[in-house]
Design a protein around this ligand. Structure first.
Ligand SMILES: *Cc1c(COP(=O)(O)O)cnc(C)c1O
Length: 422
């Protein structure tokens, strides 16, 4: 089957299905074992010296995981992909493959909490410095760049602040200074954000979110979009002889292999299944989120709604241009204070109190007391995480049921009923 020219929806279903499975199974099976049999010692030597591709050991490569990787590479129009045990593993492994002691990177200060902690606490101890900047002002990015800067890291839509980077400007800065532009595209998925067309070099996803098919399993992916001139990346050292495959070569032959944060075949199987319905779920979730953002904006209890789909959002036009006309499934809104936020959250009957996003179910959380609990009040203020802020990750339920649950929660004064049974 030829994959080129097919639409995204079709590629998500049929991409990389050309090779016949040994029993003609229509769905690629889960090979959950560890080891692979070789006929001769010579064949093993060829495999171990990278002269003939073969699966040797499931931490390094596995057929089911590879099937998932190839599908994602195809959806991103990238040159290759590596799947990992989590989104955090993908970020850590990708960064450590292209950075070395003494290097620095410039990152958005609006980041997923654990990513912020990875950069601020963990990588600093290994001599890799992060300069956090407010990416709303591109001048700030330019000011932070110096001779040791190697990389820019941003998220497509940060949460809970919903900040959207201007990729035309940021990609131009990366090109001017020979920097790697790495993007965490988790919340937009390849369906909404065609990273390659916007000058991104490496895109990372936590596949735990939309891609997993409804929070079925934890996973992550690193996709090399084939657009970076890897000869400009000093950390790739001896891997430069692999030319445009240098990044993947260092991941496969060293960093990913040695860290060992591989995706399990079962997760790859589930997430390949998730990919098939990605488009349907993303569409419904984004449509519901936009409708709820408008509904919440009209409620007297709500001080402010942050969602790039609203016309008054400062990121509306940018998101419209960059994200295929949709604005993601996550929104946040501001109630009077922490007490009101807790009261609202505790009064919900259908919407679940859980920390995840882009699940099939709608989930609610109070970011300041949970995801950002480790941060000081100053850090929270700097990241626009206020005490009255509530985050909703909007699922694929019927919109009317979500509206009626939110409506009753605002009306409930004494929330002492039994909630979320069954
Ligand atoms: C969840 C998330 C991550 C981390 O992914 P895990 O799979 O939980 O490790 C990274 N970035 C973003 C934007 C996320 O939402």
């Amino acid at each position: 089957m030829k994959d080129s020219g097919l639409k995204f929806e079709t590629r998500a279903l049929h991409g990389n299905e050309a090779r016949k499975e040994s029993h003609n199974a229509l769905r690629f099976p889960e090979y959950s074992g560890v080891a692979f049999d070789f006929a001769k010692a010579e064949d093993m030597e060829l495999a171990f010296t990278h002269r003939k591709p073969a699966h040797t050991y499931s931490r390094i490569t596995n057929p089911t995981v590879e099937h998932f990787e190839k599908k994602l590479a195809l959806l991103e129009q990238g040159s290759a992909a590596v799947a990992l045990s989590s989104g955090m593993a993908a970020l850590t492994t990708a960064l450590l493959a292209v950075l070395k002691r003494g290097d620095n990177l410039v990152a958005s200060k609006y980041l997923f909490g654990n990513t912020y902690s990875l950069l601020k606490n963990t990588l600093t101890e290994f001599g890799i410095e992060t300069r956090f900047v407010d990416i709303k002002e591109c001048d700030k990015i330019a000011e932070a760049i110096d001779g040791e800067t190697r990389l820019i890291l941003v998220e497509t839509i940060s949460n809970p602040q919903m900040v959207v980077p201007d990729f035309a400007k940021i990609a131009a800065l990366a090109a001017e200074h020979n920097l790697i532009l790495m993007v965490d595209g988790t919340v937009t998925t390849p369906f909404l954000f065609a990273a390659k067309e916007f000058g991104v070099h490496v895109v990372i996803h936590s596949t735990t979110k939309f891609i997993s098919g409804g929070a079925t399993s934890v996973g992550g992916i690193i996709v090399d979009l084939g657009t970076c001139d890897w000869s400009k990346c000093p950390a790739l050292g001896k891997y430069h002889r692999y030319g445009q495959s240098a990044f993947m070569a260092r991941l496969r032959m060293e960093v990913h292999r040695n860290f060992g944060a591989c995706m399990s075949p079962q997760s790859a199987y589930l997430q390949t299944l998730g990919l098939e319905t990605l488009v349907l779920r993303v569409r419904t979730s984004c449509d519901n989120a936009l409708a709820l953002a408008k509904y919440l904006r009209a409620r007297p209890e709500v001080r402010d709604v942050t969602y790039p789909g609203l016309g008054e959002s400062p990121f509306h036009d940018l998101a419209q241009r960059q994200y295929n006309g949709r604005f993601g499934g996550v929104l946040s809104f501001e109630l009077e204070n922490k007490k009101e936020a807790f009261r609202f959250i505790n009064s919900l009957r259908l919407i679940r109190r859980a920390t995840n996003i882009n699940d099939n179910k709608t989930l609610v959380i109070h970011p300041a007391s949970t995801i950002f609990a480790d941060c000081s009040p100053e850090e929270k203020a700097g990241m626009n995480v206020s005490e009255g802020l509530v985050r909703l990750s909007v699922g694929i339920e019927h919109l009317e049921d979500l509206v009626s649950d939110i409506g009753q929660a605002f009306q409930t004064q004494q929330p002492d009923h039994e909630i979320n049974e069954g």
